[in-house]
Write a protein that binds this ligand. Structure first.
Ligand code: GLA
Length: 394
C-alpha cells in the first residue's frame, strides 16, 4: 500500500486565492484526512470495535489571525464565504458547512478557551457522499487547528471526543466516534483497531502484498441526519436496555454475548433482535479480521467482508439496491480478483469497500462501468485507496 505524504496546496485552493485576491500568507496549514473502514460498521455507537484507516484524501486548512471579532471562513469547494461572529452562539446558522466549523468553536468556548479572530480557507479532494467522511475531516481539521492556535493542549483522542460531541449536540446527528477518531489518530502504516468504549487503539498489521482496498461508489448519496441512521442508534439502545434488564452488568450492546441475546429474545421485537444480532456478530468479525490480515489470509478476510455485507443488508437493513448490486456483481463475476466486498460507512448509498488483487482491477472496472449502467443507469466511480497519516501540519 502506498503512502502519500506530499501535500502541496491543492490547485483549486490556489486558484481560489488568486481569483479572490487573498494573500497566500498563512502561518497555519494543516491536512485533515478522510477515512475508510475495513470492518466494524455501525458498532461505534454501541461501544464496539472498529477498524478504520485515515487516507491520503482529505481537506487542507489554511489560517491566519485577523482583526475584529469574527471568523472569516472560505469554503473553496463550494465557492462560499461566511463571517461567523465570535463568540459563537449556541444556535446553528443553518448553513451546514458553517455549522460543522461553528460547532467545534462552540465546544472550545465551552471548555473555556477564547477563540481569536481568524481567516480560514479550506478545500479538499474527498468525493462528497461517498462515505469517506468529509464531514469528520472538516470537524477534525478545525479542532486540530484551534487546538494549535489557542494552545489548548488537547490530545488527539480527546479532540475526537470533542468533535463527536459537536456532531451530536451542535449539529444534532447521533454519530459514533469512529470517523473523527480515525481522521485525527490514523497512521500511514495501516489501519487501527479501536475500542469505541475505552478509546484504546492499536495498529493492525496487514500482510496482504498483492492486494489493495478499492472503493466503488454507487453514486447514491446520503445524509446521515435524514437517513434511518438515528433510528438504528435508537434500536441498538432499545436492545441494550432489554439485555440490561436481565444482565445489568453488560455495559454496552457490543459487549453482550450471543447467549445473553438469545436469553432475552422472546422479550424483543423481531427487528430489534436482528439489529442486536448483527452488532454482536460484527464485533466478533473485527477480531477475526485482525487475525486474517496479519496472517495474510485474504480468502478469510474477504469472507468476513461478505458476511458483514449480508448482516448490514439483511439484518441491519442499511444497504440499498444499487450497493447490493455492486457487492454481488464484484464477488460473483470476479472471484479471483475480489476477495470480498461490503457496503462501507453509514449506509443507504455511498461506496463498497473491496479487498482486491491489484492486477485484476482494470478488467473489473471495465465490466462494472457497463454492468452498473445497464442495471442502474449510472457509472460508478472507483478509488484506489492509499492509507495516509492522521491530521498533521503541512
Ligand atoms: C457514519 C458515522 C460513524 C459510524 C458509521 C457506521 O460514518 O459517522 O460514527 O457509525 O457511520 O459505522
Amino acid at each position: 500500500m502506498k503512502v502519500n505524504s506530499s501535500h502541496a496546496m491543492l490547485p483549486h485552493i490556489d486558484a481560489y486565492l488568486v481569483a479572490h485576491a487573498i494573500p497566500q500568507e498563512f502561518p497555519y496549514a494543516y491536512f485533515s484526512p478522510g477515512r475508510i473502514n475495513i470492518i466494524g460498521e455501525h458498532t461505534d455507537y454501541t461501544g464496539g470495535l472498529v477498524m478504520p484507516a485515515s487516507i491520503d484524501k482529505g481537506i487542507q486548512f489554511y489560517a491566519r489571525q485577523r482583526e475584529g471579532a469574527a471568523l472569516k471562513l472560505h469554503a473553496v469547494d463550494l465557492n462560499e464565504s461566511f463571517e461567523l461572529a465570535l463568540p459563537v452562539r449556541p444556535e446553528k446558522t443553518g448553513l451546514l458547512w458553517v455549522d460543522y466549523l461553528a460547532g467545534i468553536v462552540y465546544e472550545f468556548q465551552l471548555q473555556g478557551f477564547e477563540v481569536p479572530a481568524l481567516e480560514i480557507v479550506f478545500g479538499g479532494n474527498v468525493p462528497r457522499g461517498s462515505g469517506m467522511s468529509s464531514s469528520a475531516a472538516l470537524e477534525g481539521g478545525m479542532a486540530f487547528l484551534l487546538n494549535e492556535i489557542v494552545g489548548a493542549g488537547i490530545s488527539r483522542p480527546q479532540l475526537a471526543v470533542l468533535c463527536r460531541r459537536s456532531s451530536n449536540s451542535y449539529i444534532g446527528v447521533p454519530t459514533g466516534i469512529m470517523d473523527q477518531f480515525a481522521s485525527l489518530n490514523g497512521s500511514p502504516d495501516g489501519p487501527i483497531k479501536l475500542n469505541c468504549d475505552t478509546l484504546q487503539f492499536s495498529p493492525v498489521l496487514a500482510n496482504t502484498p498483492d492486494c489493495t482496498w478499492l472503493l466503488i461508489n454507487s453514486m447514491v448519496t446520503h445524509e446521515l441526519g435524514s437517513s434511518e441512521y438515528p433510528v438504528r442508534v435508537r434500536e441498538c439502545a432499545a436492545a441494550l436496555a432489554a439485555i440490561k434488564q436481565q444482565y445489568p452488568e453488560v455495559p454496552c450492546l457490543s459487549q453482550a454475548t450471543k447467549d445473553q441475546l438469545e436469553a432475552v429474545k422472546n422479550k424483543l421485537d423481531e427487528t430489534i433482535y436482528r439489529r442486536a444480532y448483527y452488532v454482536i456478530a460484527e464485533n466478533e468479525r473485527v477480531h477475526a479480521m485482525e487475525t486474517a490480515l496479519s496472517r495474510g489470509d485474504i480468502a478469510r478476510a474477504g469472507a468476513l467482508l461478505n458476511a458483514t455485507h449480508r448482516g448490514l443488508s439483511d439484518d441491519f437493513e442499511v444497504s440499498c439496491e444499487e450497493v447490493d448490486f455492486l457487492q454481488q456483481e464484484t464477488i460473483n463475476h470476479f472471484p479471483d480478483t475480489v476477495m470480498g466486498a461490503r457496503i462501507m460507512g453509514g449506509g443507504f448509498g455511498g461506496c463498497t469497500i473491496n479487498l482486491v488483487k491489484t492486477v485484476g482491477i482494470p478488467a473489473l472496472k471495465t465490466h462494472l462501468l457497463s454492468a452498473y449502467f445497464d442495471a442502474h443507469g449510472q457509472r460508478p466511480e472507483f478509488y484506489e485507496v492509499n492509507i495516509g497519516a492522521g491530521t498533521h501540519a503541512i
